[in-house]
Design a binder for this molecule. Structure first.
Ligand code: BGC
Length: 456
């Protein structure tokens, strides 16, 4: 039988994403402080330790793995606390190592996308008041200048912030990240500072490198109500507004509007995106629960047909990918990179299905003329996962990592993603081989659930 192919445009970027604290190890001047408090928030009070040992040199073998996977891009972050361990003090050895790593990517034909802030802050910045004091914007400006000065010649794709609203919520609303605050006003304040810092960073990069592509990675969650009853709509509306929409609206209009807060005008923020990054993983189908303030008074009830997911993760729902891409495009009209998508799956039972579904959804967007330019699967290999630490339920890797020996073993899902990347598309043969249960759905015209029009 002739092979059918969901083909992607020439030059499409295929890769994975990582962040410094997940992979480098021995990052002892930032998030480790939170780990060392042993306050019971992190799974079994675990520490990141050597993680997957990139700082010890294993980045080389892992960059070779990216090459084996047929990748032409990789998203990574530069750890602020390593390069600027004290205010205004540069660690030259760290600069050398990052340069070597970035050059190592280029040598393998892999274009780096560099994130300037992926959830971690130097402790000196936390001591100054973290993301709720206005001086943080100047601090971030200086940090961006440092990165531009030392690495700007070998980076042309920049991501200022990873999931700024997730960071603001985790650090200042639900208390899962340092400084562990539970205060909505501080969360709002942090959101404003993050927007201001993004705008300043954009200008710093573009001034020196006008051709560079600069954007940020925005996490979108699909929030749905289960019962269309007024009592459930309120918290779902609130979650969408705060989590999904406020930040994007501010980037589009220059006005930050958050519930119960005076609107803030940020005229400098418009026109500070060359692209928008989308991090998409899951859906929460919710009902109102007065006893769940940590989750915006929502309890979630996944569709019984969906694969099982770990606690607090929400519903594994690649079927929503097209819908969120479309909404983002309609709001911003900017090129889109899928800066993260993936699923936790220790046994690799669900990941092949997830990847095939997500890739097909992204292909639909491309074929509706939405300029999606690349996909970064989260993540290359199992690594340290924030408050889930090394909890086996939160393994996202295309490669399994044995944390005792540091051995990596490719999973079947890794082989599937490799085949897709090398072919620049998803073929019926791949689906028959790796996810036979999807053959009919993906190659015989059955409409997916995501064709139902809904706003996220
Ligand atoms: C974050 C990653 C994280 C991943 C899986 C994303 O929201 O950017 O740092 O590991 O989700 O939880």
């Amino acid at each position: 039988m002739a092979d059918a192919l969901y083909r992607f445009p020439e030059g499409f970027l295929w890769g994975t994403a990582t962040a410094a604290h997940h992979v480098e190890g021995n990052c002892n001047n930032s998030w480790s402080h939170w780990e060392n408090l042993e306050n019971g928030i992190i799974y079994q009070n675990q520490k990141h330790g050597i993680a997957v040992d990139w700082w010890g040199g294993r980045w080389r073998e892992d960059f070779d793995r990216m090459h084996y996977l047929g990748h032409n891009t990789h998203r990574l972050s530069i750890e602020w606390s390593r390069v600027e361990p004290q205010p205004g003090v540069i660690d030259e050895a760290a600069v050398r190592q990052y340069r070597e790593m970035l050059e190592g990517l280029h040598e393998r034909g892999i274009r780096p996308m560099v994130t300037l802030h992926h959830f971690t802050n130097p402790m000196w910045l936390e001591d100054e008041g973290g993301w709720v004091v206005p001086s943080v914007v100047d601090r971030f400006q200086r940090w961006t200048e440092i990165v531009v000065e030392h690495f700007g010649d070998i980076i042309d794709l920049w991501c200022t912030f990873n999931e700024p609203m997730v960071y603001a919520v985790q650090a200042y609303l639900v208390g899962f990240f340092y400084p562990g605050k539970r205060n909505p006003w501080k969360m709002y304040q942090a959101a404003e500072m993050l927007l201001r810092a993004h705008a300043v960073a954009y200008q710093v990069i573009k001034e020196k490198y006008p051709q560079a592509e600069v954007g940020l990675a925005k996490h979108i969650v699909i929030f749905d109500t289960i019962w269309p009853h007024f009592i459930n709509r309120g918290p779902v509306w609130l979650a969408r507004r705060i989590f999904n929409q406020a930040f994007l609206d501010a980037l589009a209009t220059g006005e930050l509007r958050l519930p119960l807060r005076k609107r803030v005008m940020l005229p400098d923020i418009t026109n500070t995106l060359d692209y928008i990054g989308l991090n998409y993983y899951q859906r929460y189908r919710g009902g109102f629960s007065p006893t769940a303030p940590k989750t915006f008074f929502l309890t979630q009830t996944p569709d019984p047909e969906s694969p099982p997911s770990p606690p607090m993760w929400g519903e594994i729902y690649p079927q929503g990918t097209f819908e969120v891409i479309k909404n983002m495009w309609q709001k911003l009209r900017k090129p889109i990179y899928i800066t993260e998508t993936g699923t936790p799956d220790f046994g690799d039972d669900v990941r092949r299905w997830y990847i095939a579904m997500a890739v097909r959804e992204i292909w639909r967007a491309v074929n509706f003329n939405i300029p999606v330019k690349g996909i970064y699967y989260w993540t290359l290999m199992d690594n340290f996962e924030w408050i889930a630490a090394y909890n086996p339920q939160f393994r996202f890797g295309l490669y399994a990592t044995d944390f005792e020996t540091q051995a990596r073993t490719i999973r079947r899902s890794g082989e599937l993603y490799r085949a897709i990347s090398l072919a620049n598309g998803l073929s019926s043969e791949m689906v028959r081989e790796y996810v036979p249960e999807l053959t009919e759905r993906l190659f015989q015209g059955e409409p997916g659930q995501s064709e139902v029009n809904r706003s996220s």
